[in-house]
Design a protein. Structure first.
Length: 138
């Protein structure tokens, strides 16, 4: 078994859900090619997340942001507020959505469904750049 790993840095994005599939594909293109294997993605942050969802209609990403805003933002009982009012909600959203994905590699490509894309969930108003560890298992 061969294992290849690279850490990529995503440019800062606004709060919301952003398709990063092409950036992951670009990273895979720079790594040794494998025919069949497993891709693992891990985001090194506690206030951002990774998920897979609809890649065609951008209103899905807006609806996702609106839903998570409704359930997590502006709660009067938050104690952890010294990094800003968006910090604790960001931690909760990241915990719900998760920090890692595993995607099969088939014929040298990510084996995603027709309408699936990889989302970066940016849960801070000003989260900054985000680092993702990309690991490829053969």
């Amino acid at each position: 078994m061969a294992i290849y790993q690279e850490t990529i840095t995503l440019s800062p994005r606004s709060r919301g859900f952003h398709l990063i599939t092409s950036e992951i594909e670009d990273t895979l293109a720079s790594m040794p090619s494998i025919k069949t294997g497993l891709l693992h993605l891990f985001i090194k942050h506690t206030s951002a997340s990774l998920s897979i969802n609809e890649n065609a209609d951008p209103t899905v990403r807006e609806d996702m942001e609106n839903f998570f805003t409704d359930i997590a933002d502006d709660k009067s009982y938050y104690i952890h507020t010294y990094e800003g009012s968006d910090d604790m909600p960001a931690h909760i959203k990241a915990s719900i959505l998760g920090n890692a994905l595993s995607i099969p590699i088939t014929n040298g490509r990510m084996n995603l469904g027709t309408w699936q894309g990889i989302y970066l969930g940016e849960h801070r108003d000003y989260g900054g750049s985000r680092r993702i560890v990309v690991t490829l298992y053969n």
